[in-house]
Design a protein around this ligand. Sequence first.
Ligand code: CA
Ligand code: CA
Length: 202
Amino acid sequence: MRLHVIFCVSVAVFSGVATVDGQTWHEHGGHLYALTPNSGSWHDAQSQAQSFGADLVTIRSQAENDWLVSTLAPDIAVWIGLYQLPGSTEPDESWVWVSGEPPTFVNWWPGQPNEHLPGDDYALLNSDADDGVWFNGQWHDVPLEGWPGPHYGIMEIVPEPGTMALLAWGATRLLSRRRVGTRSGLPDPAAVGRGDGVAGSA
Ligand SMILES: [Ca+2]
Ligand SMILES: [Ca+2]
């Protein structure tokens, strides 16, 4: 799993987008984001995220919310990593992120959360239309299974500190070596100097 995640990160450094096992991961602010492979309940979505070494997304700002909508969910409703702890006072006490980060930013649709029905304890980001109203990426508290229609989740990988810098450094070196070889048609001089790529070098 660790190699799987590292591969995602390393490819993302090159282009900002990587497709791994059919999932398209997008890099933004040093984090990686993708939709879950399958639709399902909020718990299904979080389980799928964990299988990639990810969690459902933690959203920290309006800018991040807007980027997620435009990049991954321009016209669908998707699960995010916000849920309400059991036993909380309804409708708005103790909403928490699966990442453990405090909810410093929220983007509820006006009047939400409202505990429309008992058990509306999971946050759904909506950018699609309902009865002619476009929700513009704002959130609703909904049941575990969500609203009618398939719901995918947005997964997020937060690389460990230093991982992105290390991989960026490695990617830069690899690209540099490729450019040298392409231009001259000769082996990488750096490799020659180290004597680690040319047979018979002293
Ligand atoms: Ca609730
Ligand atoms: Ca609601």
